[in-house]
Design a protein around this ligand. Structure first.
Ligand code: KG4
Ligand code: ZN
Length: 368
């Protein structure tokens, strides 16, 4: 089954063609990130205008690339119009995200659904992130603990605890099956990625989406002389919730001591990263033990964090729990996992187009 996925929730315009939910045929991503770097933050109107500019060329490029790949297999496929006839369904991110950006993808997908007479499957972006784990390239050596030759999604056994850590969300859920979730907990204030980005800005490491830069800086630290100086909020609370907003104030205090010449920036970055990762790992592993699950899935942009992936992998190995984490390219926003999520959750495929709408405030439990 071939699904064309479309993702436009924030500053990336992405389309991808995916076979049977697990094989990427083609994928194209355009980004307006450089513009937001220059303005030191995202201007939603600017992001939406870029989505309008990119959406048609991105979809066209995705189909052209697919024509090359599929044409090798099936000589009757010569151009991208032949690919269109092979597509079984469309999938689109309906939320959460920026309303202007979301609308561009949703309206484009609806128009194509009518023009091509194909069903459209609405996808929750957060659930989409989880499916970065179900693609075949998710494998050993990238942070998971699969053995050579093993291949998702066959060996992803439910129930699984899932930690979704992105720029806007931090959620722990129990995934009992495709489309069957229990909510365990989440952040009460800032998301983990947001905390990384705000702290990166505070430390002068990056004005927009500086999380990866902060992590890189932290890796330069050879000795953390500040161990335990930043709070591990809610780490020992008897729930699965998180709170990261207090960290900012605590970092400001440490930055003050830095300006007095006391502490190199990489040490603060290291202590910050440790504080966030300590809490994420501790609470996630508690959920894994409490629910006695065979599987842990990590997802979202912050899943690219090397310390987080490595520590969860090691903890899972000790417990004999299967740990899956997407390869780096499937951690950040793309349309591959949107198409994959649609394949495994086709319940929405008979929904009338009038009921498929952009919803910027969708939560992890709202739509699957
Ligand atoms: O999932 P995502 O691409 O966008 C949302 O859906 O929100 O996540 C982006 C977030 C940003 O906050 C970014 O700084 C963070 O993921 N991020 C990282 C790393 N790579 C991306 N945070 C910490 N360490 C990283 N290596
Ligand atoms: Zn995302």
């Amino acid at each position: 089954m071939l699904i064309l996925g479309i993702e436009t929730s924030c500053d990336e315009t992405a389309a991808a063609l995916v076979e049977d939910g697990v094989r990427e045929i083609s994928s194209v991503i355009a980004s307006s990130q450089e513009i937001h770097q220059a303005t030191g933050g995202i201007v939603p109107e600017v992001a939406a205008r870029k989505q309008v500019e990119f959406i048609v060329p991105v979809i066209e490029q995705t189909l052209k690339k697919a024509a090359d790949v599929l044409g090798e297999r099936d000589k009757s496929i010569k151009g991208y119009r032949d690919v269109i006839s092979k597509i079984d369904a469309l999938a689109v991110t309906v939320g959460p995200g920026l309303i202007g950006s979301l609308l561009v993808g949703v309206e484009a997908a609806k128009a194509l659904s009518v023009a091509w007479n194909k069903p459209l499957i609405p996808v929750n972006h957060l659930i989409g992130h989880i499916y970065g784990n179900f693609l075949r390239e998710t494998s050993l050596g990238l942070g998971g603990n699969l053995k050579p030759g093993e291949e998702p999604p066959k060996n992803i056994k439910f129930p699984a605890v899932v930690l979704i850590v992105s720029g806007g969300h931090t959620d722990l859920v129990l995934m009992k099956d495709h489309g069957d979730f229990d909510y365990l907990g989440g952040t009460l204030d800032d998301a983990a990625g947001e905390a990384f980005d705000k702290t990166a800005r505070l430390l002068g490491l990056g004005k927009y989406l500086g999380g990866p830069l902060l992590s890189k800086k932290a890796a330069e630290c050879t000795h953390n002389s500040l161990i335990g100086r930043l709070p591990r909020s809610k780490m020992h609370d008897n729930d699965y919730d998180f709170s990261f907003s207090g960290l900012k104030t605590a970092v400001v205090r440490l930055v003050d001591s830095l300006s007095m010449g006391g502490v190199p920036v990489e040490v603060i970055a290291c202590e910050f990263e440790n504080a966030v990762v300590d809490v994420l790992v501790h609470k996630t592993m508690r959920a894994v033990k409490d629910y006695n699950v065979p599987t842990l899935l990590l997802a979202g942009g912050v899943a690219a964090n090397i310390q987080l992936r490595t520590r969860l992998k090691n903890e899972c190995e000790e417990l004999g729990v299967r740990f899956f984490v997407p390869p780096l390219k499937l951690c950040s926003d793309n349309a591959i996992y949107i198409a994959s999520a649609a394949y495994f959750n086709q319940g929405g495929s008979d929904r009338p187009l009038s009921e498929i709408n952009a919803d910027p405030s969708l939560g992890v439990m709202d739509l699957r």
